[in-house]
Each structure stands twice: as structure tokens, then as C-alpha cells.
Design a protein around this ligand. Structure first.
Ligand code: NDP
Length: 438
């Protein structure tokens, strides 16, 4: 065990990593997400799940355990305003992304030794969007009408995700070999379409994956939540405490992600995964339409909440947020500059790649403290919806499955990267997400 006294070039690939990289196979052999079968079924199953959840959520019984209701008539799935709003939203966010404000950060070192530059202006985009929304509301824009438009909007967004994924798949054949992701390059079209072949597809300096990761979908989620709040005001005269909590918690999560936008550059999505259907659909359609289920549910199924109950839920969200933010910032700081005073005193172990692993601080508590904090927050987002229905808990259930699966994927990748050092880390920090439990 060593203390972290070495001076590393942040994010640099070690000589060993460079050498290993030269010998990497052109085609990946390993398959995730159930291989070709999974990659074929998921793009059919998940869009239907989005529509199913939206329909169930606003049905009188809101029961996930009933036989699925019949698909709504086409008139409810299509509205000419939906594509106009969606394309307008994407155009606005693209325009804000391209504005030369905020700093420019470098991503992690790529396989060819280069680093890409990324604009860190997501928070600026959010602020401009908020001002525009406030102006539009002040001028009488009926935001609550989005409640009626949600199904057609979801249908259009799913369509855009498919078109984008197709474009990404086709253009990846013009990308050089070392620009391909190691996970989505099997040669099987269905699997590669799903996983994404190209790691960082760009049109000029416009990075498609980075743009989709935190902007249109995440900010779209906040707008949908706000629209549900406005609908509640239309129906009942004022927003409920439960609706205010759900809006407040989830907005904090989104604002935090945008404020700490640079941290996304060290996450699995950006560093490891190619940009294909999995991320395009996840970022653009899944996040805004399923993460807003609680607010959507509350419009049709109002809940009363006592002051003590609300205080307990706020405390739970606060604890979750604290763990989530501190652990993510600690790892991000360590990866960017291990000599920074906030992380320089932490205990670390060396790995053969030249990179080191934290074994004290948050990352000495469990191997994924950030997932623990995220799960506590997810629970706090559902509790304002009461305990009589399962549908507002869909996010917690799905997210638990996602994070357990994600942890296993990350574990496999880290074992492949760090070998014996990873085993040593696992012995030192035996629990994955919940101390003494899992
Ligand atoms: P992490 O940010 O947890 O990154 C995992 C990587 O961190 C590993 O691959 C490894 O990469 C590095 N690492 C792991 N252990 C250590 C250690 N002990 N010391 C130093 N580095 C270590 O992964 P995610 O991208 O999965 O998560 C980021 C955040 O996003 C989390 O808070 C998660 O909860 C959240 N999230 C939210 C989602 C949502 O839908 N709400 C979906 C997915 C994630 P390396 O060594 O190469 O640097």
C-alpha cells in the first residue's frame, strides 16, 4: 500500500497501456446485455415500456401488476405539435452548446494518445433555458398542455433516437479503427447498432455523445416535471407539497450534473462506451419520459404529505446527495490531479497501468459509494408519491437493477485493466454498494 505521492499526468495512458492497446483485436469478442438476442430485443422492448409506463401512470388504477392496457388510438400517439416542439428543443440546445461561453476542458487520453476538447457550458445553457422558460410562462405559454402531449412527444423522441442511432452506425464505417469503441465493434450489425461502434462521433467540434449525455434529455426531464406541476396548478389551484418535493429534488440532481459537467468526462459512458442506440435512446427518450413518472403520477393521483414526512424525505435526499456528490468529486479530482491537496493524503494502490486506485476516503467505504448515494436519492424521489402504488417506484427498481448490472460491467472492465491490483482492492474493500450488505 502506498500513499499518493507520485506526480502523474492526469488521465495519461501509461506506456504499458499504449503497448497493450496496439495489440487489441480489431473486433471485440465479448458481448454484454444478452449478446445479439438482447441487442435485438431491447430496442423493441424499451420504447414499448416507455409508452406502457406513460399510459399506466395516468390510468385510474395506475397498477403495474395488471395486464397491460391496449395501445392508445393513433390520434393519442401523434400530434403535429410534438415533432415541432422536439426539433425546436434540440435546435435550441444545439445553439446553446455551440455558444463560445464557459471554459473548454480536455477529455481523457484516447487510444491514439490525443485528447478531445469539450465545452463546459451546460450550466450556462440551463440558465439561458430557464430564463427563456420564465419569459414564455410570463407571456402565458400553457406549459401544462405538455401533459396532454406527452405520449406523442415520447413517440417522436423514440423515432429521433432510432434515426440518430442509424446515422451513428452508418457513419462509424468512415471512422479510423482507433476511434472505435472496444465494446461495440463485434462485426454483428444488430449488436454494434445497439452498443455503438464509434467512441466519440463528432460533426466538426460538435460532440454528439457528450451533447446528448447531459443536455436535451436531462433538461427535458426538468421541463416535463415543471409542466406536470403547472398541470396540477390548473387542476387544483396550487402545487402540492409532494409535487414541489419531486420537482425540487430532481431539479437539484440535474443542476448538479450540469454544474459538475466536467466530471462526466471520466465516466464509463464517455470513456468506454460507444455511441449507439443504448446511449442515444437512454439519454434522449428513456431519461426524460420515465424519470418524470413521479410528477406525471401526482397529476392524476394527488397525495397528501405531513410536514414530518416531508422533513424525513428531505433529510434522506440530503444524505444521498452528500454521499453521491462527495464521492464522485473525490474520484474525479483524483483522476484529474492526484496531487491536489484534497486527495493527496488518501491511501492508494499502484496498478500495472501506472494509474492508482483509491482505497481510503469514500472509495475505501464501498467500491461504488456514488451508486449508494444515487440510490438513496432515488428512494427519496418516490416516497412523496405515497406507498399505495408501485409505478412511482419504477425508477428505484429499474435503477437498482441498472446499477447492479453497471457495477458488474465496471468490475469486469477494471479487472481486465488492473488485474491483480483490482483483486487487492476488492479484498481491501469487500462491499460493492451497501456497506456490510452488498
Ligand atoms: P463511476 O463514476 O463510478 O466510474 C467507474 C470508474 O471509476 C472505474 O471504471 C474506474 O475507472 C474508476 N474507479 C473505480 N474504482 C476506483 C478507485 N477505487 N479509485 C480510483 N478510480 C476508481 O461510474 P459511472 O459512470 O457508472 O457513474 C457515474 C455517476 O453517474 C454515478 O454517481 C452513478 O450513480 C451515476 N449514474 C446515474 C445514472 C442515472 O440514470 N441517473 C446512470 C448511470 C450512472 P478508471 O480507473 O479507468 O478511472
Amino acid at each position: 500500500m502506498f500513499h499518493n505521492r507520485r506526480v502523474d499526468v492526469p488521465g495519461a495512458l501509461s506506456e504499458t497501456e499504449m503497448k497493450l492497446d496496439k495489440h487489441r483485436p480489431t473486433h471485440t469478442i465479448e458481448r454484454e446485455f444478452g449478446g445479439t438476442l438482447g441487442a435485438t430485443c431491447i430496442p423493441v422492448f424499451l420504447p414499448l415500456t416507455v409508452l406502457y409506463l406513460l399510459c399506466v401512470c395516468r390510468s385510474p388504477g395506475a397498477s403495474l401488476l395488471q395486464w397491460p392496457p391496449p395501445l392508445p388510438p393513433t390520434a393519442q400517439l401523434w400530434h403535429p405539435l410534438a415533432p415541432t416542439l422536439l426539433l425546436g428543443w434540440l435546435a435550441l440546445q444545439t445553439f446553446l452548446y455551440l455558444l463560445p461561453v464557459g471554459k473548454v476542458a480536455e477529455g481523457m487520453v484516447l487510444r491514439d494518445g490525443s485528447r478531445l476538447k469539450y465545452p463546459i457550458n451546460g450550466f450556462h445553457s440551463f440558465c439561458v433555458t430557464a430564463v427563456l422558460m420564465a419569459l414564455a410562462l410570463w407571456m402565458g405559454m400553457p406549459l401544462g398542455y405538455l401533459f396532454e402531449l406527452l405520449l406523442p412527444l415520447a413517440v417522436c423522441t423514440v423515432g429521433v433516437s432510432f434515426l440518430l442511432s442509424l446515422y451513428l452506425y452508418i457513419r462509424s464505417f468512415w471512422a479510423p479503427n482507433n476511434a472505435l469503441s472496444l465494446g461495440g465493434n463485434t462485426g454483428n450489425p444488430l449488436y454494434d447498432f445497439f452498443m455503438g461502434r464509434e467512441l466519440n462521433p463528432r460533426i466538426g467540434s460538435f460532440d454528439l455523445k457528450y451533447f446528448c449525455e447531459l443536455r436535451p434529455g436531462l433538461m427535458g426531464w426538468v421541463v416535463i416535471n415543471l409542466a406536470m406541476l403547472m398541470k396540477e396548478v390548473e387542476l387544483r389551484g396550487s402545487p402540492s407539497l409532494a409535487m414541489l418535493l419531486v420537482n425540487g429534488f430532481q431539479m437539484l440532481y440535474v443542476v448538479d450534473a450540469l454544474w459538475n459537467e466536467e466530471a462526466v468526462l471520466t465516466t464509463m459512458d464517455i470513456v468506454h462506451d460507444g455511441f449507439g442506440f443504448m446511449l442515444a435512446f437512454g439519454d434522449l427518450a428513456w431519461v426524460p419520459f420515465t424519470y418524470s413518472l413521479q410528477a406525471n403520477f401526482l397529476v392524476v393521483h394527488p397525495q397528501s404529505l405531513s410536514a414530518a414526512g416531508a422533513a424525513a424525505i428531505i433529510a434522506l435526499n440530503g444524505v444521498g446527495y452528500y454521499i453521491f456528490r462527495r464521492s464522485n468529486s473525490q474520484k474525479n479530482q483524483f483522476r484529474r490531479d492526484p496531487t491536489h491537496p484534497s486527495v493527496a493524503g488518501l491511501e492508494t494502490i499502484a496498478t500495472a497501468t501506472g494509474k492508482r486506485l483509491l482505497v481510503s476516503g469514500w472509495w475505501g467505504l464501498v467500491r461504488h459509494p456514488n451508486y449508494l448515494g444515487d440510490l438513496l436519492m432515488a428512494t427519496a424521489w418516490s416516497l412523496p408519491c405515497g406507498v399505495t402504488h408501485l409505478v412511482p417506484y419504477f425508477y428505484v427498481i429499474y435503477f437498482t437493477v441498472l446499477l447492479i448490472h453497471r457495477e458488474a460491467r465496471d468490475e469486469r472492465q477494471c479487472r481486465a485493466k488492473y488485474g491483480l491490483a483490482w483483486d487487492t482492492y476488492c479484498r481491501r474493500v469487500p462491499y460493492r454498494i451497501i456497506p456490510y450488505v452488498y
